[in-house]
Structure formats: structure tokens, C-alpha cells
Design a protein around this ligand. Structure first.
Ligand SMILES: Nc1ncnc2c1ncn2[C@@H]1O[C@H](COP(=O)(O)OP(=O)(O)OP(=O)(O)O)[C@@H](O)[C@H]1O
Length: 650
């Protein structure tokens, strides 16, 4: 059953180059069939209904034959009435059967699509962050949604083709039974009918592909230009006349293809009607002669002509069978391609849990790391801009032999030049990536031996540009802990120095924020992210301090918020502010992927090495480490036990 087919994406036109992965891999058909195993009952029911439907289709002409030959021509009123009633009853049965068949095929198709969709979404959810950094969101969503719908629709057509095949066979058999001569003539006529039909179908399909592509292109452009940042950029830097000309050009293309599709569509209808009329004329011509010759009676001729009418629809359905089957296999294959992408970071069977509410220590033991290749984490077909060279291209080691210990409840500051590897170290702490060699341990356990749940619970991350969902402030906060009470939310916001702002908003926690709605400043967003962290109450905090130049009020607020957030937790901070660096229990100076120097602020200054140089340059260039904090906020509070913050381990 395995096939190897060439294909372009179902939504693309023939001349669209599909750079990689454009082959259906062997085994796809078997895999598609496997999805039907749970629905075998429905499959059997569907086949039974298809056979019954076909039987109804061929029974009606026989009744008409009897009505004319046995009733009208013999002046038998009773037979006429009986046959007319039976014909009407069969029509009702046929209509009910076709409804039932539509229901069963939809249940089957939707069932298979449901299984595939849930499986694909679950799989994508489990992929590491590296996958999402490479893939284009729009293309990924298209794969999970649009292409799946296409698979389902094509699959529906395929099922209807199965019914059509049974009907065509039975109708032809009956025609041969009634008159082999007329049946042979009909068989000769079929190719004359099918060939132009297939040609017109291809024309329409090609143009539909182009239309979808043109629509997707315009849609993508509008999506990019009409979001907040895009609209702002285009207002500040855009060239309105040229941009409008581009929109007009694209819209014009969509209009032209639309016109062409509707003409070809009309042509296909006209052709169908024409061919049906010609075929009927031929059948009546030959059949009429045979009736005059006495070869068969008038009723038989009417029955044959009626059968002919029932033949043409299913034949057109079958003429697209190969293409439909190909679309089904291709669409499924593209989902399978995604399902076959192994997550680089996986939870080991039998993985353990860290002790809750106790700040653990963190240890890097001779860690070496390079970012994975494109092929290791993603699919070329989901990235528009991947070059072939990138597939296997190995990056240089970004971290080399990193070893350090961050004792429980202490603050470790990472400093160093841009591109030194500081963010990469934090990525390994939160297990966004695994090291290529060496070990990262939290609370004495290799991260690879811990469950994802335990890691999520233990480690809280605040990035430079905190992401907020387009939702209310309340929902954004509850995302960290859905069970938090109103009081806990307020307490967290107070700790993060953001409560005053929220309180001043007319709708308070119910203010909608995120990309649209109330747009928070950089400092406010980071404080809200800190509130989220306080609610989650992790025992390890990974923080990338904002480099953005905050005004002194925001700066002080963020600083106070951090003091609460980091208290008694084991913290790894990419530090940009002198105040944070001075408070650190140890400073690691990262340079070229190695720990170049380590110690406290005073020790490192005394060494007069890279740190001392960075320290000096930050005074020359305050933006690097944030504003010069004069006077510096002092940390004079004693560390508190971890579980004191709202009783949730913080
Ligand atoms: N996904 C990636 N794939 C390949 N290389 C990467 C990737 N992310 C980062 N790098 C490279 O790894 C090196 C270390 O990057 P990293 O972001 O850890 O530096 P950093 O010290 O945090 O820099 P900065 O202070 O500017 O944020 C850089 O050379 C960077 O270009």
C-alpha cells in the first residue's frame, strides 16, 4: 500500500517551489489506515449504507420500466398506481439513506480528524522552545489547522467516491442486463465525457491553489502591517503610496483569479449539462430504433435513459479520485512529518521530584553546550527562510567547561560582554536546552532526572521583555497560580510594587492588557511579571534584568520588587544594574562561553581584570548597567525562611 508521490503543499500552485520534504514518505497510507481502526464499526456501517443507496438507485428505473411496460402499455391501472407509490417510497428511503450516510461519514471523518488534531497539538506542545524560535507561527498554525481541515474535506470526498464506485458498477450491470448494445455505447461515450471534465477540473484546481496563495499572501501582509507594532512602524517609516499600490496589486490579482475561477466553474456546469443531453440523445436515438424494431419495450428505454442520468454524477466524482486520494495522503503526511519530530528535551520515565518549598542549590559541572542544528529541532517546511546549509550546520560551542555552584538561597550574578553566553546559562538552568556534555544539577539532582512538573514548580523565570497575554491583568496573574485568592493577588502586586498602578486603573485587575488594550511600560510589565513570579512562589529564580533605561522612579520600584522576589530564593540573575551586582553573593564573569572570573564585587575589583574593566566602562557608559545608582539602595534585611511569602514557599 505504500506510495511515493511528489507533491506541493495542497494550498500552493503547481509552480510554487516547495523546497524540502515534498515527498510522501513510505508507510503513510498504512499509517492513515491505522487511524480508522478505532472507527471500524462506522466503516462497516458506511459500506452497508453505500450498498443500500446504490440498490435504491438501480431499483427506481426498474419500477419505471414495470410502470410503463406492465402498467401503461397494458392498461393496468393497478400496476401503475403500485409502481408510482413504490417509486415515491423508494425516493423517501433514498433521501433518508443519503442523510444517514452523510452523518456516518461525517462522524468517521471528524473522528479521525479529532484524533489527529489532538495528537498533533499535544505533540507540538511538548516540543522544546528551540522549535518555536525557528518555526513561523503562521505556517505552524496552518499545518495544525487549515491543512488538517483540507485533509478532512478530501477524506470526505474520498468516502463519497467509494459510494460512487458501487453505484457505477451496479448501474452498468443493470444497463447490460436491460440492453447490452446501449450499455456498450454508453461505455464508449464515458471517456468523451470524462476527459474534458477532468481538464476543466484541473484548471479550476490550479486557479484555486493560486487564489489561496494570493489570499494567504495578502492575509500575511495585513497581519504583519495591521498589528500594533507593524502599524506604528508603517506610520513612522512607511511609504503610503507604494504600500497602497502593493495592496491594490494583490487585491487585483485576487479579483482576476476569482473571475477566472467562476468562468471555469460555469464552463464545467455547462459541459456537464451538454454532455448529459448529448448522451441522452444518443441513448434515445439508438434505443428508440431498438423499440421500433421490437428489441425491447418503451419502458426499458425509459429505464436505460434514467440509469444514464444516475451514472454521470458518480462518474464525475470518480474522475477526481486519484487527485483526492493524493491530497488525503499528502495532507496526512504533512501532519505525520510534524508528529515524527522527536522532542529534543524529554522527560525520562521514572523521573523524580524536588523537595517542595526548600530552596535548592544549583550546580554546573563542566558544562559544554552548542545550540542544536536546525534539523534537530525543527522542520524546514515550517521555516520559510531556512537555507539548505543550515540543516545540519553545527554552531560553535557557546559554553565551554562551565563549572560553578550557586548555594541555596543565594544570589549569583552573571555579567560579561554581549554574546558571552549569559542567557544560554539561564536557558540551561530552566532546561530549555540540555547540555552536550557535563551536568546541570538542582538540589543535587541532574535536571534530566526530574519531572517537567517539578521543574516548573521549582524554577521561576522573569525575562527582560515579559510577555503578557491579551487578557485581563487578573487572568495574566492567575496563569501562575489559578487558585490564588484576591488577597494573594493584591499581596503579590504590592510585593512587586505594581499594586499602586493597578489600583489607580478604573477597572483595576479587570483591565485588559497585553499587545492590545492597556499597554504597560517596560518597567511596569517587568513588575507584573515579578508579581506573577511571587504568586508562583518558586524556590529558584532565573532573572534577566531589563537593560532598558528606566527612569529613576521605575528603577527604584523594580529594585524594591526584586528585593522581595529574590529574598531567600536561589537566584541566577543576568545583572545589568550595579545595585544588583553589589548585592550578589557571587559574581560570575562570563566571557567567550567560559567563567573568566568569579568572586564578590570587592574581590573582583581587587583582581583588576575583566570585571574591573566592565565596572569602569559602565560608569563611562551608564546605559550598559542602567543609571548610576547614587545613592545605592542598601539591602539590610535578614533573609527570611523560604516559605514565608503568602505561605507558598517564597
Ligand atoms: N538559538 C541560537 N542558535 C545559535 N546560536 C545562538 C542561539 N542563541 C544564541 N546564540 C549564540 O550564542 C552566543 C551566546 O548568546 P547569549 O544570548 O547566551 O549571550 P549573552 O551573554 O546573553 O548576550 P547579551 O548580553 O547580548 O544578551 C551568541 O554568540 C549567540 O549569537
Amino acid at each position: 500500500m505504500d506510495v511515493v508521490l511528489n507533491f506541493g503543499a495542497p494550498t500552493k500552485s503547481d509552480d510554487d517551489p516547495d523546497p524540502w520534504g515534498n515527498r510522501v514518505r513510505p508507510g503513510t497510507v498504512r499509517r492513515v489506515l491505522a487511524y480508522f481502526r478505532p472507527h471500524l464499526g462506522l466503516v462497516a456501517l458506511f459500506i452497508a449504507i453505500a450498498a443500500l443507496e446504490a440498490a435504491v438507485v438501480i431499483a427506481t428505473p426498474l419500477l419505471m420500466k414495470e410502470l410503463i411496460d406492465g402498467g401503461i402499455l397494458k392498461n393496468d391501472f393497478g400496476v401503475v398506481i403500485l409502481m408510482a407509490v413504490l417509486t415515491a417510497a423508494l425516493a423517501v428511503v433514498g433521501a433518508l439513506l443519503s442523510l444517514f450516510s452523510a452523518y456516518v461519514s461525517a462522524r468517521m471523518g471528524e473522528g479521525v480528524t479529532y484524533d489527529l488534531r489532538v495528537q498533533a497539538i499535544d505533540h507540538v506542545r511538548s516540543l522544546p522552545v528551540a522549535f518555536f524560535t525557528r518555526t513561523q507561527t503562521g505556517v505552524l498554525v496552518g499545518r495544525l489547522h487549515t491543512e488538517l481541515i483540507m485533509a478532512q474535506q478530501s477524506f470526505g470526498h474520498l468516502l463519497m467516491s467509494a459510494t460512487s464506485a458501487v453505484t457505477v458498477l451496479l448501474v452498468l450491470a443493470e444497463m447490460f442486463y436491460l440492453s447490452w448494445l446501449v450499455a456498450v455505447v454508453t461505455l464508449v461515450l464515458i471517456p468523451l465525457f470524462v476527459v474534458p471534465w477532468v481538464y476543466v477540473g484541473r484548471m479550476i484546481q490550479k486557479r484555486t491553489g493560486r487564489l489561496m496563495e494570493a489570499n494567504a499572501g495578502l492575509g500575511g501582509l495585513l497581519h504583519e502591517r495591521f498589528n500594533v507594532q507593524g502599524a506604528m512602524l508603517s506610520k513612522l517609516f512607511g511609504r503610503p503610496d507604494e504600500e497602497m499600490a502593493d495592496y491594490r496589486d494583490r487585491s487585483g490579482k485576487i479579483r482576476d483569479i476569482g473571475v477566472s475561477i467562476s468562468i471555469w466553474g460555469r464552463m464545467s456546469f455547462a459541459m456537464m449539462a451538454l454532455m448529459a443531453s448529448i448522451a441522452t440523445a444518443v441513448v434515445y436515438g439508438i434505443g428508440g430504433g431498438l423499440v421500433i424494431d421490437g428489441a425491447f419495450q418503451l419502458g426499458t428505454l425509459i429505464a436505460i435513459a434514467t440509469l444514464l442520468g444516475r451514472l454521470l454524477g458518480p462518474i464525475t466524482q470518480l474522475s477526481g479520485l486519484q487527485e483526492t486520494a493524493q491530497t488525503v495522503v499528502v495532507s496526512f503526511s504533512r501532519i505525520f512529518e510534524l508528529l515524527d519530530l522527536k522532542p529534543l528535551i524529554q522527560e525520562r520515565p521514572g523521573a523524580g521530584e524536588l523537595e517542595k518549598d526548600v530552596a535548592p542549590d544549583i550546580e554546573f559541572d563542566d558544562v559544554t553546550f552548542r545550540y542544536p542544528t536546525a534539523n534537530e529541532v525543527s522542520l524546514a517546511s515550517l521555516e520559510h527562510l531556512r537555507t539548505k546549509r543550515e540543516n545540519e550546520e553545527l554552531s560553535a560551542d557557546v559554553l565551554r567547561g562551565i563549572s560553578f555552584q550557586a548555594p541555596a538561597g543565594t544570589l549569583t550574578a552573571l555579567v560579561g560582554p554581549s554574546g558571552a553566553g549569559k542567557s544560554t546559562i539561564t536557558h540551561l538552568v530552566s532546561r530549555l536546552y540540555d547540555p552536550n556534555s557535563g551536568t546541570v544539577r538542582v538540589g543535587g539532582s541532574d535536571l534530566r532526572d526530574l519531572t517537567f512538573d517539578s521543574l516548573r514548580e521549582t524554577i521561576g523565570v522573569v525575562s527582560q521583555d515579559a510577555y503578557l497575554f491579551h487578557d485581563t491583568i487578573r487572568e495574566n496573574l492567575l496563569y501562575a497560580r489559578p487558585t490564588a485568592t484576591e488577597e494573594e493577588l493584591i499581596e503579590a502586586c504590592k510585593g512587586a510594587q505594581i499594586w499602586e498602578l493597578i489600583e489607580s486603573l478604573p477597572r483595576g485587575f479587570d483591565t485588559v492588557t497585553g499587545d492590545r488594550g492597556y499597554r504597560m511600560s517596560g518597567g511596569e510589565k517587568q513588575r507584573l511579571a515579578i508579581a506573577r513570579l511571587l504568586l508562583k512562589a518558586p524556590t529558584v529564580v532565573v532573572l534577566d534584568e531589563a537593560t532598558a533605561h528606566l527612569d529613576s522612579e521605575s528603577e527604584a520600584a523594580v529594585q524594591r520588587a526584586l528585593k522581595t522576589a529574590l529574598r531567600s530564593r536561589t537566584s541566577i540573575v543576568i545583572a545589568h544594574r550595579l545595585s544588583t551586582i553589589r548585592e550578589a553573593d557571587q559574581i560570575l564573569v562570563i566571557d567567550g562561553g567560559t567563567v573568566r572570573e568569579r568572586g564578590t564585587h570587592d574581590e573582583l575589583l581587587a583582581q583588576d581584570g575583566l570585571y574591573a574593566e566592565l565596572y569602569r566602562t559602565q560608569f563611562a557608559n551608564p546605559d550598559r548597567f542602567g543609571p548610576k545608582p547614587e545613592p545605592e539602595p542598601e539591602i539590610d534585611e535578614e533573609p527570611e525562611p523560604v516559605a514565608t511569602f503568602m505561605g507558598h514557599g517564597g
